[in-house]
Design a protein around this ligand. Sequence first.
Ligand SMILES: [Zn+2]
Length: 152
Amino acid sequence: MTKSNVESFELDHRLVKAPYVRVAKRERLSDDVEIIKYDLRFCQPNEEHLEMPTMHSIEHMMANFMRDYTDKLIGFAPMGCQTGFYAITYNMEQDELLMALENGLNDILTATEVPAANERQCGWGASHSLEGAQEAARAYLAKKDEWLEVMA
Ligand SMILES: [Zn+2]
């Protein structure tokens, strides 16, 4: 295989053990600012995936809820393979990421609606699943003790 300039294409997805939390990339922009991109893998690659309405609702809620716990989140984005998300941050080291992640997921469990799930604030306001997001958040949280074990 040819070497790729995309970091995640260099990861052998057959060797990881989901769920996990992994630093996908660090990019230092200046003396003070480092972009840290986290790979938050919910599902075992090529074996399982989340449905799009579930992914979409987790995206909306984590983009919203994690910012209640940190001001270092730039973006929270679904992976196209539907097995997890990227949290793109600046200067957010792992302890802070784990704290905001856990708190945000717990907030999903108690949410009664998906924020901004409407046609004005979203590109497909009907494509959401609060129940799916809660089920996925619960499953991910249940394996919290294994998050830092990335490789099988
Ligand atoms: Zn949306």
